[in-house]
Design a protein. Structure first.
Length: 289
């Protein structure tokens, strides 16, 4: 058996979302819209025969609990007594709306599936189910699997989940302007959840009527404001960026994503926090070797 495989998953930004939970994790997920980005997670996975099952995860060379990634790998290896070492190289911070949890689980899943003789769909299903189980994300894995600018018309994995794409490729500027946001904590607040569902449903209808990147940004900003997820500092950063393009809030994080005059966007957002530059990933998650 081949010992090592390497896979990459793009990160993902949600512009707006409506979470949905089902007893069957394959039917759980979210509707909404977002963008897969070229900054993501590369996983190097090593699988060796062992006397007992052991899964170790390292993120940027540091040992990590990484419960979502661990559960993903364990689902793929079943009861086999393998020793699995997963080394994740993560390009962006976690809990800032960049889909890093999903990208870590998905890249690890693709590399593990390659080594144990399972399909890409097996890998996607394992990563998605683990994200649902830990409530670290609902639509990221589905979006990251296919890449591009996506509209998630119905929740879950195919064939239940239906995804459409808006064509286009843009340079994207990201800026982290505040502390981490816990997706699971936000989604456990029923008042917030009700607002999220109501506003997202209206935004989805409007985006499907006019599926464009311009409309996605407009509706994403509306979603951030009407759900009260938008902080004053985030709003200042978005307004500063909007002088040189389009900008909104990454869901769910204290971060901004923007397209337009890239150099000027980097300059105006730099005073608000760490900035990153990337492009839209149009390929989706893939095994590299």
């Amino acid at each position: 058996m081949r010992e090592t495989a390497v896979a990459f998953s793009p990160g993902h930004i949600s512009g707006f979302f409506d979470p949905y939970y089902d007893r069957d994790p394959k039917k759980s997920g979210s509707t909404g819209a977002g963008i897969s980005i070229s900054l993501g997670v590369t996983a190097r996975v090593k699988v060796l025969p062992s006397s007992k099952q052991e899964v170790n995860v390292f993120i940027n060379n540091k040992p990590s609990g990484a419960s979502t990634t661990k559960l993903t790998v364990m689902q793929l290896i079943g009861d086999e007594p393998f020793k699995v070492d997963v080394k994740l190289n993560q390009s962006l911070p976690v809990s800032q709306g960049f889909g890093m949890s999903g990208a870590g689980a998905l890249s690890a899943a693709l590399a593990t599936a390659k080594l144990v003789g399972l399909s890409k769909m097996d890998a996607i299903e394992a990563a998605h189910s683990a994200e649902v189980a830990y409530r670290t994300g609902l639509g990221d894995v589905v979006a990251e699997s296919f890449g591009g600018i996506e509209i998630r018309r119905s929740p879950g994995l195919p064939p239940w989940g239906v995804v459409e794409h808006i064509p286009g490729n843009y340079r994207i500027v990201l800026c982290v302007v505040g502390d981490k946001l816990s997706t699971s904590k936000v989604l456990s607040d029923e008042t917030v959840l009700r607002r999220v569902r109501d506003v997202s449903k209206a935004c989805l209808v409007e985006l499907l009527d006019n599926p464009s990147i311009e409309n996605l940004f407009k509706l994403s900003y509306r979603f951030a404001k009407e759900t009260n997820l938008l902080t004053e500092r985030l709003d200042k950063a978005i307004k500063a960026a909007s002088n040189y393009g389009m900008a909104s809030m990454c869901m769910l994080g204290n971060a901004v994503f923007a397209v337009g005059k890239t150099k000027r966007l980097l300059e105006v957002l730099k005073p608000f926090g760490s900035t990153y530059e990337c492009v839209i990933d149009t390929t989706g998650a893939t095994v590299l070797r």
